[in-house]
Design a protein around this ligand. Structure first.
Ligand code: ARG
Length: 459
């Protein structure tokens, strides 16, 4: 079979060489973008007089027919034609005859494939932004229900100080807000058109690059043709932003997994987001949370594999660049799926307020309160810390908590203690009093909720 580029060749490659070099198996996902790019290119060739009006009309209607067939899944693709670009060109020629071969005037697969990927990411980054926002909404709704639900906050995974559960949920809201900001900011580098850069050096045809850029909804065009065809920063940036987003989801997954263990019992995941064991009948495993945590690894992997592909590439296009696609597709699928599953998981989980409340009542996360109590009565904080530490040690020896010690025992430790200490060490009060900006005090959390909702309305 003659290749679309076969003129210079005496022999055709072995079939397995064709198969090894072909990308159609995965780049057929770019069919919609490739046709869109071709339509803009054809329209521009007509406008600039490179194609006659009649030729332009025929090519455009041929491409539209292919669009319809692609939507209905009626286009067959073959590794004989290597990639999506040559497969579609072959289909166009089959559809309208040799005139189809004029579409590639002034264009190379190098600017074509880069254009496709800019279009593809533009669509999916916008989708990921809106899915991130949907998850933020779920977090805000859950947080609103749990302003007064208290649980231990941890450092070193040791109980540290009591906090509002809403405050904990909102921490993730702000992480996602930064993710959204980064993704939104990256759009200006995604919405740049490489089309018209040709293979690497531009072309001798009078192309109107700004016109095709406008038709495709791009904000600007690449200033340099070599950069246009060999830049993959926009994909790396996407993979990097996705890695950060997945890292946030993964940390949250880790908490959900801990919280639904028998040891914590802070939450129960809905049956629809958990699975059983084939052997142990009692099991209810948080598989979805574990999978999102696990899939974070592959997204990091995709970032590193493309960084590695790029590091030694001379200008301009090199076939190595074909390796940019699978990691990008895989990341889009992973991030979109993870965000959707995550929102459902949070939305349907049951929060065990009693277990959370009990955890803060039966521990020492109110010890800071006791030290602060003494400090407020004039004792230097360092000394207050020491006195409180000794009282905690006394409790551990006696097998009780701070609330269980007698006033007499307190007074023995420091004459500054009075009856009101019991109120001061109540964990609910401890949360309520943390009214510094950005703190967990209930009134602060309510303000934070308003701010979060305001952010969501802004978009
Ligand atoms: N399938 C190729 C890729 O994904 C398209 C560009 C091919 N260009 C070339 N000069 N061989 O990178």
């Amino acid at each position: 079979m003659t290749k679309l580029w076969g003129g210079r060749f005496q022999k055709t490659p072995e079939e397995w060489v064709d198969d090894f070099g072909a990308s159609i198996e995965f780049d057929q996902q770019l069919a919609e973008e490739d046709l869109k790019g071709s339509l803009a290119h054809a329209q521009m060739l007509g406008k600039t007089g490179v194609l006659t009006e009649q030729e332009t009309k025929l090519i455009i209607s041929g491409l539209q027919t292919l669009q319809g067939k692609a939507k209905r899944g009626e286009l067959a693709f073959s590794s004989k034609y290597e990639d999506i670009h040559l497969n579609l060109e072959k289909h166009l020629i089959d559809e309208i005859g040799p005139l189809g071969g004029k579409l590639h005037t002034g264009r190379s697969r190098n600017d074509q494939v880069a254009t496709d990927m800019h279009l593809y990411l533009n669509k999916h980054v916008e989708d990921i932004i809106s899915k991130t926002e949907a998850l933020q909404k779920v977090l805000v709704t859950k947080a609103e229900e749990h302003v007064y639900t208290i649980l231990p906050g941890y450092t070193h995974l040791q109980r540290a100080q009591p906090i509002s559960f809403a405050h904990h949920l909102l921490a993730y809201f702000w992480m996602l807000e930064r993710d959204k900001e980064r993704l939104t900011e990256s759009l200006k580098r995604i919405q740049v058109s490489p089309l018209g850069a040709g293979a690497l050096a531009g072309t001798t045809f009078p192309l109107d690059r700004t016109y095709t850029a406008e038709l495709l909804g791009f904000q600007s065009i690449y200033e340099n043709s070599l950069d246009a065809v060999s830049d993959r920063d926009f994909i790396l940036e996407f993979l990097n932003n996705s890695s950060l987003l997945m890292m946030h989801l993964s940390r949250f997954c880790e908490e959900l997994i801990l919280w639904c263990s028998q040891e914590f019992q802070f939450i129960e995941l809905d049956d629809t987001y958990a699975t059983g064991s084939s052997m142990m009948p009692q099991k209810k495993n948080p598989d979805m949370a574990e999978l999102i945590r696990g899939k974070t690894g592959r997204v990091y992997g995709n970032l590193f594999s493309l960084l590695t592909v790029m590091k030694g590439l001379p200008l301009a296009y090199n076939k190595d660049l074909q390796e940019d696609k699978e990691g990008m597709f895989d990341t889009v699928k992973t991030v979109e799926g993870s965000l959707e599953i995550f929102a459902g998981m949070i939305n349907t989980m049951k929060v065990n307020k009693d277990a959370m409340g009990q955890a803060v009542r039966e521990d020492f996360s109110n010890a800071t309160e006791l030290a602060d109590y003494l400090a407020k009565k004039g004792m230097p904080f360092r000394e207050a810390h020491e006195v409180t530490g000794k009282l905690v040690f006394l409790c551990i020896q006696k097998g009780c908590y701070l609330k269980d010690l007698q006033l007499e025992e307190y007074v023995n430790a420091s004459s500054l203690f009075e009856e009101d200490l019991y109120e001061a060490i109540d964990p609910f009060e401890a949360v309520a009093k943390r009214l510094s900006e950005g703190g967990t005090g209930f009134e602060m959390v309510k303000i934070a909720l308003e701010k979060a909702k305001h952010r969501l309305e802004d978009v």
